[in-house]
Design a protein around this ligand. Sequence first.
Ligand SMILES: Cc1cc2nc3c(=O)[nH]c(=O)nc-3n(C[C@H](O)[C@H](O)[C@H](O)COP(=O)(O)O)c2cc1C
Length: 332
Amino acid sequence: MISSTVIPDEATLDRALRSAVRAPSVCNSQPWRWRISTTSVVDLFADPDRHLIVIDLDGRALLLSCGAALHHLVVALAGLGWSARIDRFPDPENIHHLARIQPSTAAPPPDMAALARAIPLRRTDRRRFSDEPVDEGLRMILIEHAADCQTGLHVVAGDAARQRLIAMITHSASLQRQQMGYAAELARWTGRYAGAGDGIESSTVTSGIDHPGEVPMRAFIQGRLAQSPHSFEHEDASVLMVLASQRDDRLGALRAGEATSAVLLAATNMELATTPLSQPLEVAQTRASISAHLVGPQLFPQLVLRVGWTQPGCTALTPTPRRHLDHVLLKR
Ligand SMILES: Cc1cc2nc3c(=O)[nH]c(=O)nc-3n(C[C@H](O)[C@H](O)[C@H](O)COP(=O)(O)O)c2cc1C
């Protein structure tokens, strides 16, 4: 087969990268850098200066975040009519070089292109969800999206398993509270200066303390996001799911990040609300417990996802900030 020499122009790549940086990232740290070559090849690098070294000791959340951005880029290109060949970890001499993306004129898979419309609509929603369960058919669709990225998505089924995971999240939070440097690092990513274009804003964090039996959110700064009226009159019927890989290495985490993006975008297209939760996987003890009791000892848990329906009458969430593209583009 003769390969096409047609390449996307600068404006197309600019649009695709603006969408890619809408990807979710741990504490909205956006730990990525991009480089565009003269032949329109896009390179993705991890930004070690944005590694949360206490919260994310082993760098998993950084790779998950970059994997999500990689998938967002490929989805955005698909939405613009381009497919992409991905070479992961292309340079053995440079551990920060995570992927090389070569756009091509071959028709992109239609299901990828369909995810593109979810990019500007997706939000992390930390509020209580409604009492309407997420039915089996929708869960299966999410599982298939994760599987396309070589990552398992395990439903935490039944009340006993759900309570067990909630207990692990609570335990990880209490261990982190005692960890040297944790509070300072969290404060650094929540109290950002105006115009920083990153970090967690108080308007995206719910106020008040968690109620017994509900999924605990990370205790960021004083939240200003209101729960919907009457939300505590109903149970939160969100489903908890765990993304898990067959390998516990950098490729496993990068691919799980791609799966994170795929699942969150597919859920958004189905009008489901989502919350990624990495806290119980940041602490070795609770991560081992999740592996042993919830996903199986042969698998390596990467991220917890909470998926559900927003309460009726909930206000729409505003988009979280992102740094300007010029600040994340490396000069060629
Ligand atoms: C790997 C990863 C881990 C995350 N962990 C948490 C978490 O533990 N708690 C939480 O509330 N949000 C978590 N998030 C969500 C981010 O805080 C969120 O993506 C970021 O603030 C940007 O907001 P947005 O998703 O609404 O665009 C995580 C996201 C990623 C990608």
